[in-house]
Design a protein around this ligand. Structure first.
Ligand code: PXP
Length: 261
């Protein structure tokens, strides 16, 4: 997200519209249009739009990125792999932020975080090209102290903490696993903030799992996609996003002792 002249709420919601494009592409053609979904998301209270341009173009297309950049007023967060092709596309469209993610062709979704510690040699140059154009750079990493240190040392502005293990624990309902994963996220959020990184989180968040993450004071942005688009089938996109926003805002307000939003 990260629009410099935007009024920043305490916790931003980035709506990931990839899976509107997944449904469109199941039949070809232009319906449903992810850019229309992005307009609706903004009207419902999204602070930004996130889209992942995959190398295999399985959902979002190059044209979607061009239209999102020219039509949407809120900041665009472009998720992408660390490839020369994606760098060229990012430098052409200049999104507000790029979130670098690992990408494996056969994976169903982004399975793990980027190995910032292992990619140390290539990352500073890649990040530098984006930052030179004023694009803020986020690294999608597992909640692991080594990855946080590495992200700070390669010049990232932001880390997005992979919330997938926590969300899986919620789905399975094992209290010990849930507590362990919440602690891991909370400790990494505070370590990342102490290292001077802006902290985001995402992947797998739902109405049932968002509260604990939204309550972490260092986290300034959540990126949520699959659940919102799926739930919109039942409740409509507007009210689904409004409800997620309300859950986030209430959890943050309770955690900080401020008046409920
Ligand atoms: N953040 C990142 C970096 C992602 O790769 C994804 C999935 O595309 C998300 C957030 C959103 O995850 P979900 O669709 O599970 O809400």
């Amino acid at each position: 997200m990260t629009g410099n002249n935007l009024k920043a709420p305490s916790l931003r919601l980035g709506v990931n519209i990839d899976h509107v494009a997944t449904i469109r592409n199941a039949r070809g053609g232009r319906h449903p249009d992810p850019v229309r979904a992005a307009h609706l998301a903004v009207a419902a209270g999204a602070d930004g739009i996130t889209a992942h341009l995959r190398e295999d173009r399985r959902h979002i297309s190059d044209e979607d990125i061009a239209r999102l950049k020219s039509e949407i007023t809120q900041p665009l967060n472009l998720e992408m792999a660390m490839t020369d092709e994606m760098l060229e596309i990012a430098l052409k469209h200049i999104p507000n932020a790029c979130c670098l993610v690992p990408e494996r062709r056969r994976e169903i979704t982004t399975e793990g975080g980027l190995d910032a510690a292992g990619k140390g040699n290539r990352l500073p140059g890649f990040i530098g090209h984006l930052k030179d154009k004023g694009i803020r750079v986020s690294l999608f990493i597992d909640p692991n102290p080594h990855q946080i240190e590495a992200s700070a040392s390669v010049g990232a502005d932001i880390v997005e903490l992979h919330a997938g293990a926590y969300c899986e624990a919620i789905l399975h309902g094992n209290r010990a696993d849930i507590a362990r994963e919440i602690n891991r996220l909370a400790e990494c959020a505070s370590a990342a903030a102490a290292a001077g990184l802006e902290v985001h989180a995402g992947h797998g968040l739902t109405f049932d799992s968002v509260d604990a993450v939204a309550a972490m004071p260092e986290i300034v942005e959540l990126n949520i996609g699959h659940f919102l688009i799926g739930e919109a089938i039942f409740g409509g996109l507007h009210s689904t996003i409004r409800r997620m926003r309300a859950l986030m805002d209430n959890a943050r307000a309770q955690a900080t002792g401020s008046a409920s939003a």
